[in-house]
Design a protein around this ligand. Structure first.
Ligand code: 5GP
Ligand code: ZN
Length: 115
């Protein structure tokens, strides 16, 4: 998949606008367009990996940067009451955009198990 075919690569490139929460050399985080909780942030590596399997196997630095960004966001967004991090993966996992992303969900009590 080329960058121009990938929605989140196009957001990284600035071709599609987003409401940014964090932007550094490795990671971009932005508000989800269809929030499932009062706080719903999508956190992505700027480099393209299809899913968490590719990211985990491919680049430990990028994977670590993604985790560090989630930590920064938890502080920045004042998520002291708790939050959930979700990596939907593949069809059974409900993944619709094939550029690995963490959902950070917060601002309400989240049920378990998920649907
Ligand atoms: P997935 O379903 O792959 O786990 O998550 C993809 C997420 O991207 C969804 O929650 C969806 O609402 C969000 N999304 C899809 N298109 C856009 C967009 O153009 N802008 C933003 N900010 N979020 C998007
Ligand atoms: Zn991409």
């Amino acid at each position: 998949m080329s960058d121009s075919d990938c929605l989140f690569c196009r957001i990284v490139a600035g071709d599609i606008p987003s409401t940014q929460v964090l932007n550094n050399d490795h990671v971009l985080a932005f508000r989800d367009i269809a929030p499932q909780a009062p706080v719903h942030i999508v956190v992505i590596p700027k480099a393209h990996f299809a899913n968490i399997v590719e990211l985990g196997a491919g680049d430990a630095t990028q994977a670590g940067e993604l985790m560090a960004a989630i930590s920064t966001i938890a502080t920045q967004e004042d998520l002291a009451d708790g939050f959930r991090v979700v990596f939907n993966t593949g069809s059974d996992g409900g993944q619709t955009v094939e550029h690995v992303h963490a959902h950070v969900l917060a601002g309400r009590s989240l049920t378990w198990p998920p649907g």
